[in-house]
Write a protein that binds this ligand. Structure first.
Ligand code: SF4
Ligand code: SF4
Length: 383
């Protein structure tokens, strides 16, 4: 499923190979007897908490409930052009295929919520494009992977047993949200996000499939009740069916995943967003009192949460690389960010941007020029 938090699954998967073999190197056995599963579990959870994970739970390694929903979802074309989601189906549906002999999945969540900066915070009259909240800080793939590796290392020190592991954070064909729900971290809401009780849905997920036997946790009940706020807040109707996202209509997909032209029917809905969308999470009452992240690596970095649209349009490849390096926002290519910025300019309907858009048309990049022509028509229609 499309992750609002920007999966990079088009990148190669971290399939079983030398890394897992290296991580599997057993330490010498010092105990004659195996530690009871509940002791192992408590140790694993304590280590995860000490490494900064806000929640940790254990899921059994089999297919999570409703895993077969993936086939229906793909068959209905809801994945859009994310063809990588069709690959590794069997691994995705059953972590035991990812790691033979797997007995448990350690699932973790890390809160990335931070409040909106004040409107006056450096934002001038200049038009700005908005980034989804998950992209305000450092690249969570790197941060969480390092912590998962540290978790494995410390587990090996704490538990003198031979075990294999397979860490994942958007880097393996794993159904992370259903597994996290099975591990009791939260429930999957009608907006398809994992909602963690007393924390909300602004969380990154990851985990470790392992051959260690650990005590599993119980799922928590769905607390969406009769609420429909996320469905009503979605500007494109991507959540027309509760609990099912048509990713091909979702602004996160359209701004971050789709490399082609953004269909004209969705361009208005983009408003000033140039990377992702948080509307269905912002509308959720369970995010109203979301605590602030305590993780320094996830704090706001330039150029987020807003970046001047004209700056994006003027970025050279070097300036783009400098601005997005080490950040999740680097998931969108420079031409995708420019395309999104052109639409955002059109949505402003300000005649002062006409010369910039005309210059883009004249430059001859056919796809960007097509979006610029659309933006010029928007401006003309608002006169
Ligand atoms: Fe996607 Fe709609 Fe949620 Fe925005 S509000 S992220 S478009 S599902
Ligand atoms: Fe559930 Fe309401 Fe949150 Fe949607 S907005 S996920 S329905 S609680």
């Amino acid at each position: 499923m499309l992750n609002h938090a920007g999966y990079d699954n088009r990148a190669r998967y971290d399939l079983p190979g030398p890394l897992s073999r290296r991580l599997s190197r057993p330490p010498p056995l010092r105990y004659a007897t195996r530690m009871p599963a509940d002791d192992r579990t408590q140790r694993a959870k304590r280590i995860a908490a000490n490494l900064g994970f806000d929640r940790v739970g254990i899921a059994p390694p089999g297919p999570p409930p409703h895993a077969d929903f993936l086939d229906t979802w793909l068959a209905r074309g809801f994945a859009g052009q994310m063809r990588y989601l069709h690959r590794y189906r069997d691994l995705r549906l059953d972590p035991r295929r990812l790691l033979p002999g797997a007995r448990s999945v350690i699932c973790v969540a890390m809160n990335y919520h931070q409040p909106d900066p004040p409107e006056s915070d450096g934002a001038s009259e200049e038009p700005h494009g908005r980034f989804a909240r998950y992209a305000w800080g450092g690249d969570y793939h790197v941060l969480i992977r390092q912590r998962l590796d540290a978790l494995v290392e410390r587990l090996r020190e704490a538990i003198d047993e031979t075990f294999d592991v397979r860490p994942f954070v958007d880097t393996a064909p794993v159904l992370e949200r259903p597994l996290a729900a099975t591990a009791g971290l939260g429930w999957i809401g009608k907006n398809t996000m994992l909602i963690v009780p007393r924390m909300g849905s602004f969380v990154f997920l990851g985990g470790v499939v392992t051959t260690l036997e650990l005590d599993t946790d119980e799922p928590v009940p769905d607390r969406c009740g009769r609420c429909r706020r996320c469905i009503e807040a979605c500007p494109t109707g991507a959540l027309a069916t509760p609990y099912v996202m048509d990713a091909s209509r979702c602004l996160s997909y359209l701004t971050i995943e789709l490399r082609d032209a953004i269909p004209a029917e969705f361009r208005d809905a983009l408003d000033g967003r140039i990377f992702g969308c948080d509307a269905c999470q912002r509308a959720c009452p369970h995010n109203r009192r979301a605590p602030e992240t305590t993780e320094p690596g996830l704090r706001v970095r330039f150029p987020a949460p807003r970046v001047p649209l004209l700056t994006v349009l003027g970025w050279s490849p070097e300036a783009y690389a400098q601005a997005t390096g080490g950040r999740a926002v680097g998931r969108a290519t420079l031409s995708m960010l420019r395309r999104n910025a052109v639409i955002a300019l059109g949505n402003l309907g300000d005649r002062r941007h006409q010369p910039i858009l005309e210059a883009i048309v004249a430059q001859g990049d056919s796809e960007l020029a097509d979006h610029a022509r659309w933006a010029l028509r928007c401006i003309a229609s608002r006169r």
